[in-house]
Design a protein around this ligand. Structure first.
Ligand SMILES: C[S@@+](CC[C@H](N)C(=O)[O-])C[C@H]1O[C@@H](n2cnc3c(N)ncnc32)[C@H](O)[C@@H]1O
Length: 418
């Protein structure tokens, strides 16, 4: 008998991990999250901000302590995952699943069993099948809740489709978080697989409705923390972690999903953008410019990268890519924290969990630079805990010793009543 869960091996590894564990690469460690939450709870926190919130891992933990959350995320697939897993939305998603499952037999039969693509994430037949599924979800979503604004109906439809969409993509899973384009898509049994996906998700959502508490408010926003206005609000507590420099491009982890978002937007079937511009840590360096960087630690490090002379190739790579990359990284972090700081209350406590990894023969001083930035912004900041880790998201699991070493720091940021 065929393994009913085979489809899980055919989807983007990020979603496989999320569906299996509810968390993914770069998400907060649960023990650490609880330690921080205890501290916030003891300090009387009612709501916590995460301005770079990824998959929204703070939410379930904060809610256990009766604390509300306000999460901002720039990456559309991550944001939609938060929407899909939000306890307040669970009943609506379950109703949508219940109305769609009996209609999956209306989806077109596969006209071919497989299709290959060299260039695209999703080959033409795959795209048209995904469009059918999306339109079915959209129709049901509109019917279920006529008061939903069209934009909301679209959000429910696309958030439900996205984790499954790579099942029909011509992509291959690679290492930790890499999916590769240019492969074969297998369409055989796609409708059964879609039903299996919906069934699995329904079980997970039913579990999350048990944890929905009425007096807790969880808000999520798709936005760029470098410029976001946070609904004009001010926050007393924050728990966050910045993107890690130089290994994972969050936008590229979702190649097939972004291609689908793009396609549906271009056809005017969807009005949620593929990805907002310029996530911090993006691997795209050309055409970007950075302003003055305040942090002496960041400046020293960037200087070392530009003057690294070991081999001619390394020198060239550093000049063209790594130097500009790190300059953009630190500058954008500074811009984002400066903007976030404007939305913090006069009495404020925050925690930033950060990992310093290595580049060339140097440690990337993310923790130290973050302390420099917040001090420059007029806050107190210090490392309150640290631990040594290995292979935290290393691109190359073969790397050993210094290159595999990552230090994790817990940084406390605060200011007393001004
Ligand atoms: C280390 S991850 C956060 C993971 C999160 N703590 C969790 O547990 O799921 C950093 C996140 O920052 C997001 N990000 C990058 N630039 C951003 C920006 N300008 N505004 C908001 N979010 C951003 C990335 O897309 C990524 O999801």
């Amino acid at each position: 008998m065929a393994n009913m869960d085979n489809w899980l091996n055919l989807i983007n590894i990020s979603y496989k991990t999320l569906l299996n564990n509810g968390r993914n690469y770069a998400a907060f460690d649960q023990d650490q999250l609880h330690q921080c939450m205890e501290m916030f709870y003891t300090n009387g926190a009612e709501r916590i901000l995460d301005p770079m919130s990824g998959y929204g891992t703070i939410r379930p933990c904060a809610n256990q302590y009766g604390i509300s959350t306000y999460c901002v995320e720039i990456n559309t697939p991550c944001y939609l995952w938060q929407h899909l897993t939000m306890p307040q939305n669970a009943q609506k998603y379950i109703a949508l699943i219940d109305s769609v499952i009996p209609k999956t037999n209306q989806l077109p039969e596969e006209s071919v069993l497989w299709e290959a693509s060299r260039r695209d994430w999703i080959a033409p037949i795959g795209k048209s099948l995904l469009e059918y599924i999306y339109l079915l979800l959209l129709t049901e979503s509109r019917k279920l809740n006529e008061t939903l604004y069209d934009y909301d109906a679209e959000k429910f439809a696309i958030a439900l489709l996205l984790p499954f969409s790579s099942r029909l993509a011509a992509m291959q899973n690679g290492d930790v978080q890499h999916v590769k384009r240019g492969s074969t898509a297998v369409y055989r049994n796609y409708r059964d697989d879609f039903t299996s996906y919906l069934t699995l998700l329904k079980i997970k959502l039913q579990h999350s409705t048990n944890t929905a508490t009425t007096n807790i408010l969880n808000e999520i926003r798709l936005g760029d923390s470098k410029v976001f206005q946070f609904d004009g609000e001010r926050f007393e507590f924050m728990l966050t972690s910045p993107p890690y420099p130089n290994h994972i491009d969050y936008a590229k982890m979702f190649g097939p999903e972004n291609e689908l978002l793009n396609e549906l937007n271009e056809k005017n079937l969807l009005h949620i953008p593929k990805n907002l511009d310029d996530p911090i840590g993006s691997n795209v360096v050309s055409g970007k410019s950075a302003g003055e960087i305040w942090s002496p630690h960041a400046n020293d490090f960037i200087e070392k990268i530009f003057s690294y002379r070991k081999t001619k190739k390394a020198q060239d790579d550093n000049r063209v890519y790594y130097g500009p990359y790190f300059r953009n990284y630190f500058y954008n972090l500074q811009v984002a924290y400066s903007n976030i700081a404007k939305h913090l209350a006069s009495t404020f406590t925050g925690v930033i969990i950060v990992r310093n990894n290595t580049a060339r023969s140097y440690i990337v001083p993310v923790a130290e630079s973050i302390i420099d930035i917040w001090k420059n912004l007029g806050f107190e900041a210090k490392i309150v805990d640290q631990r040594e880790m290995f292979h935290v998201g290393s691109k190359n699991p073969q790397s050993k010793g210094f290159k595999a070493k990552h230090m994790e720091y817990v940084i406390k940021i605060w200011r007393e009543e001004l």
